[in-house]
Design a protein around this ligand. Structure first.
Ligand code: ADP
Ligand code: ADP
Length: 227
């Protein structure tokens, strides 16, 4: 479980996020939903401490993330962003292998894991392992991004507009697959999106943000029933 307590990020006079208190239960998908600039990405990046909060706390399974080493953060949380951010000079295999290699896994275990993950996201390892990111379609690249985020089997997956750059068909296919993987492996997912149908379709809970603050929280049913 991830716990945010009065989490605040201020840039000069602007509050990007203000007093956000929110819990993400284990094994669920929570969408952070809201218009551009409402603080979604800042919130997500404070969860994995790519952005330092101005004040407030983030707890991961009961532990303040300030006490966790960079390795523990990496092992605990996978991160997927829009347009992937694959290392362009590395093969697909090396991209997926990045975190396990950083964590010092033995080479044979890394290799087996790379193949397992490529298969998991629907890319045939023999065909894709040696390709470069530039040779992939948008949907394939985003699949590699998901595989890379899952590499060290983190219990938490942080996803920032992961389907935003995809055409509608690729988007729907990958949404379904991510949900399938999430359910099967009981991952805790925080999904940043400005797409209301996507939030309603994918999330167990929706946190609606407005100008850095939590405006509403509930299940998709709660939200569509409310005026
Ligand atoms: P969203 O993800 O919902 O589009 P962000 O979290 O990216 O929103 O941004 C929230 C607010 O914080 C915006 O007003 C944005 O301009 C501001 N902001 C984000 N990052 C920075 C930064 N590094 N420096 C200054 N302002 C920032
Ligand atoms: P390069 O970046 O030099 O093109 P390769 O594409 O040969 O490297 O391999 C990149 C990475 O992919 C390896 O470091 C390893 O993590 C993974 N890998 C390599 N060979 C295999 C393999 N047979 N099965 C699974 N993964 C592999």
């Amino acid at each position: 479980m991830i716990d945010l307590r009065e989490l605040t990020k201020r840039y000069g006079d602007t509050f990007a996020v203000r007093d956000l208190t929110l819990t993400f239960p284990v094994g669920t998908v929570t969408a952070l939903l809201g218009p551009s600039g409402c603080g979604k990405t800042t919130t997500l990046r404070m969860i994995n401490r790519l952005t330092e909060p101005t004040s407030g706390h983030v707890r991961l399974a009961g532990r303040d993330t300030r006490e966790l080493s960079p390795e523990a953060l990496r092992r605990g949380m996978g991160y997927v962003i829009q347009r992937v951010g694959l290392f362009p000079h590395l093969s697909v295999g090396r991209n997926v292998a990045a975190v396990p290699e950083l964590l010092g896994w033995p080479a044979a275990r890394v290799r087996a894991r790379v193949d397992e993950l490529l298969s998991l996201v629907g890319l045939e390892p023999g065909t894709f392992r040696h390709k470069r990111p530039a040779e992939l379609s948008g949907g394939q690249a985003q699949r590699v991004g998901v595989a890379r985020a899952l590499a060290a089997d983190p219990p938490v997956l942080l996803m920032d507009e992961p389907f935003g750059a995809l055409d509608p068909i690729a988007r729907e296919a990958l949404q379904a697959e991510v949900l399938e993987i999430q359910r099967r492996l009981a991952k805790t997912v925080v999904l940043v999106t400005h797409d209301i149908p996507e939030a309603l379709r994918m999330a167990d809970f929706v946190a609606l943000m407005q100008a850095g603050e939590l405006a509403q929280f509930g299940t998709p049913d709660d939200l569509v029933r409310r005026p």
